[in-house]
Design a protein around this ligand. Structure first.
Ligand code: ADP
Ligand code: ADP
Length: 236
């Protein structure tokens, strides 16, 4: 079963109003488990909209979206939320960590959201994930005490802690300098290799896109290019 399959997905905003706009215009896309793909394209081409639809954060207007074999296009909010929490991890351009929580507490958030409480086993799991991203030492620190790159590493640990089959990342390195950006990207590749989690990464950085296994390019709400490639970079 494919991880996800979109068929002729369209998204219109402001339907019936003078400013109605079709920002996704017939997108069909299949992602297999364990892929590591970049989503690129000019500003305004629909990347965030597509990621939000895949992330079950926004409904599509027409078309079909099968997630692990199940049609999810018509599900109600409660079902979507459940599905989101069990299937998807998110990394954003701005880390969206809670400033008053420690790094460890931030990584236990998905468990808290899903189960309403954090068990000792889940705290252990969060700590192991922080260790996996190289931040065991920072467990008790708050986001404000960490560098931008470290904050994104915490966000990656949080996205992965429940081991979702897919992580969606919207410009995860867009706010970082080149060195931190490389480090964060390398970490995503490493976690992909370790956990076999699929990643779909929106990026403006052609260097990072070149280091993915597949490049999907959106132009004007349509997929203009979708190619598998041998990623560049010896150590990635
Ligand atoms: P990208 O991520 O590639 O920059 P977006 O998905 O953010 O593209 O936006 C695609 C187009 O849809 C843009 O023209 C944007 O202005 C428009 N758009 C995005 N979200 C909304 C919305 N909530 N309401 C109306 N238009 C929107
Ligand atoms: P990006 O360039 O990173 O894709 P945007 O600035 O396009 O981000 O969009 C940021 C947020 O604002 C998104 O959640 C998008 O849905 C929303 N948005 C974008 N364009 C519009 C718009 N024209 N009207 C309403 N919301 C919009």
């Amino acid at each position: 079963v494919p991880l996800l399959q979109l068929a002729d997905v369209r998204k219109r905003y402001n339907i019936g109003q003078p400013n109605e706009a079709e920002v996704l215009r017939g997108v069909s896309l299949t992602l297999q488990p364990g892929e590591f793909a970049a989503l690129i394209g000019p500003s305004g081409s629909g990347k965030s909209t597509l990621l939000n639809i895949i992330g079950l954060l926004e409904p599509l207007t027409t078309g079909s979206y099968q997630l692990q074999g199940d049609e999810v296009a018509g599900l109600d909010d409660a079902a979507l939320t459940l599905r989101r929490r069990t299937t998807l991890g998110f990394v954003f351009q701005f880390h969206h960590l809670l400033p008053a929580f420690t790094a460890l507490e931030n990584v236990t958030l998905p468990a808290l959201m899903r189960e309403g409480a954090v068990s000792a086993a889940e705290t252990d799991r969060a700590l192991a994930m922080l260790q996996a991203v190289g931040l065991a030492q920072a467990a008790a620190k708050r986001p404000g005490q960490l560098s931008g790159g470290m904050q994104q590493r915490v966000a990656i640990a949080r996205a992965l802690v429940l081991q979702p089959p897919l992580v969606l990342a919207d410009e995860p390195t867009g706010n970082l300098d080149t060195a931190s950006s490389d480090e964060v990207f390398k970490l995503m590749r490493h976690m992909h290799a370790t956990l076999n989690t699929a990643f779909l990464i929106v990026t403006h950085d052609p260097r990072l896109a070149a280091r993915c296994d597949r490049v999907i390019e959106l132009v004007d709400g349509r997929i203009q290019r979708d190619e598998r490639q041998v990623p560049t970079g010896a150590d990635n």
